[in-house]
Design a protein around this ligand. Structure first.
Ligand SMILES: Cc1cc2nc3c(=O)[nH]c(=O)nc-3n(C[C@H](O)[C@H](O)[C@H](O)COP(=O)(O)OP(=O)(O)OC[C@H]3O[C@@H](n4cnc5c(N)ncnc54)[C@H](O)[C@@H]3O)c2cc1C
Length: 323
């Protein structure tokens, strides 16, 4: 059996968890085994209602007032108990901050290996090979697990939520959570809310994203004009935020937001892995960069090699003239 663990993000299933559901369905199909989906902790009823749309063998709910708020102690205890009771071969999750926080504890508690931040899976006739990046994403390596069980987390866009098969669970189960106040030794602060700004980049269909290649804060209005002409939201790489040119909620990447618009228009962004993990799930990526060897071109669907300060004003004019 494979078990997918769902995470809540402000009342919705976290986008990384949706990708883990797609992964779980693929695992079940390739390995010819059952799929269970676990709704745990925060806003568990809302997770359950949404997960009732996904094809699975079993939908499990683990609820207790002591895990209504996330805590690494509470979540690791409950997930460890579920794994001990149900003995899944693989436990699948998105590689979110929460998963990075509590899953190593589960791994240590149960002596089950944790293969984290996987970028792809080769099912290899029933003996999966997991690929992940190493040496600051300069190389990729394959990992084969020799133990009976493994905890797996997937990097954003390793699987696509568009591939989720709908249909609902064959059965539902409420897991008997055994927790006492003594189990919870730490408390987490409330989640950081980017959406307090009123800009939800995660819901934007078109994004114009600005990198250090914009060269000066004075050039930002030119980039904003392109975004306005396209009806797009403006986002950025981290240096642009670090220099104070745009507010933090505009940042895309591992320490910013994870976005998946229909079009991600990258302007003067080199394509460092910390940026790419936040946007590689975009349906189309168009990149302008004056360096033809910029790593962003490895994932771009459309590559324009040139000076954005020359190209962007002309492009904006063309778009406005065509309206
Ligand atoms: C722990 C950690 C977390 C991080 N989190 C994030 C994160 O969440 N998001 C993020 O973005 N980064 C993050 N970073 C930083 C990341 O490693 C890179 O440094 C950053 O993404 C680079 O931003 P950039 O591409 O805008 O700048 P650069 O790497 O400096 O690239 C600028 C690009 O612009 C091009 N260029 C210059 N002038 C022009 C021009 N006139 N026309 C066209 N092209 C031009 C250059 O060829 C170059 O490719 C993080 C780093 C660490 C260590």
């Amino acid at each position: 059996m494979v078990l997918v663990v769902l995470e809540n993000q402000r009342g919705n299933i976290h986008p990384f968890s949706l990708e883990a559901v797609a992964a779980g369905q693929k695992f079940a199909q390739e390995l010819n085994c059952e799929l269970s989906i676990l709704c745990i902790g925060e806003k568990v009823d809302e997770l359950r209602t949404q997960a009732q749309n996904f094809k699975s063998n079993k939908l499990i709910t683990a609820q207790n007032s002591l895990i209504d708020m996330y805590s690494a102690d509470g979540y690791s205890k409950v997930l460890s108990d579920v794994i001990s009771s149900m003995a899944p071969k693989y436990v699948l999750m998105g590689h979110s901050y929460m998963v990075r926080d509590f899953v190593p504890r589960v791994s240590a508690k149960l002596s089950i290996p944790f293969v984290s931040d996987i970028i792809s899976v080769d099912f290899n006739n029933g003996s999966p090979l997991f690929s992940k990046q190493v040496f600051n994403a300069k190389l990729a390596t394959n990992i084969e697990v020799s133990s009976n069980q493994a905890l797996l987390s997937f990097q954003s866009a390793a699987f696509s939520s568009d591939d989720i098969q709908e249909g609902g669970p064959d059965s539902e189960e409420v897991f008997d959570v055994q927790l006492t106040e003594q189990d919870i030794r730490t408390q987490s602060e409330p989640e950081f809310q980017e959406s307090a700004s009123g800009v939800d980049l995660t819901a934007a269909e078109l994004i114009v994203s600005v990198g250090r290649g914009v060269e000066s804060e004075d050039n930002l209005p030119t980039m904003q004009s392109l975004a306005d002409a396209m009806g797009a939201e403006v986002a950025s790489s981290r240096p642009v935020v670090d220099m104070g040119w745009l507010p933090p909620y505009r940042q895309v990447g591992s320490s910013g937001q994870v976005v998946s618009p229909k079009l991600y228009f990258s302007l003067g962004i080199s394509g460092a892995i910390q940026h790419v993990v936040g946007m590689k799930g975009s349906k189309n990526i168009l990149a302008i960069n004056k360096d033809e060897d910029a790593p962003i071109f490895e994932i771009a669907d459309y590559a324009v090699i040139g000076d954005l300060l020359e190209i962007v004003p002309k492009l904006t004019e063309e778009i406005n003239n065509s309206k």
